[in-house]
Design a protein around this ligand. Sequence first.
Ligand code: SF4
Ligand code: SF4
Length: 178
Amino acid sequence: MAVEKHGGNSMSGIIHGIMAQANYRAWEESLHGKRAVDLGKKECTRCGACCARRPCIPTPSELKKIAEYLHTSARETIRKYFVIDRMWLRPEYFIFPAKTTQRDLTGEFVPSDRTFDRGYCVFFDQERKACKIYPVRPKTAREQNCWQEDDSKATEQALAAWKRCDIKKQFNIDFNEE
Ligand code: SF4
Ligand code: SF4
């Protein structure tokens, strides 16, 4: 997910990335307090912290289902709502929903200085505190439970699926690699 990437592999990029990540973490912590884990609950309170902190990562097949739900093609879905990213020091590219602050980047690779943009996922309805694509939300969303110690298994599975997928060929999307 975008929050794990640093700003390039040069020394200044790494220092910039570490500072940006620390700053981002402080913002993440400001979202705490109403999460199920803070309240000692074992069911989602729909506080929205997940959808602000870390938009969920769909697998390529889940992306196609989201596109069907939106009555458009996967390519158009990526171009309108998703950004392309890569974990720091990992080779695979993956796509995930842009944040509202990243609408200008949809269909493109997230540059390192935008990795830590704050804001909610473009599919998050802030008034209703609900996911606009709820019936087809990815497994990574369904299994993101803050009260569980390790909720990263689905994310790892999604990343493994993207490792086997050439985004450019499969979805006819061209983007500049970092
Ligand atoms: S799972 Fe996410 S949205 Fe639900 S209570 Fe926990 S942090 Fe909030
Ligand atoms: S797609 Fe839905 S569940 Fe996933 S981050 Fe966005 S609003 Fe949240």
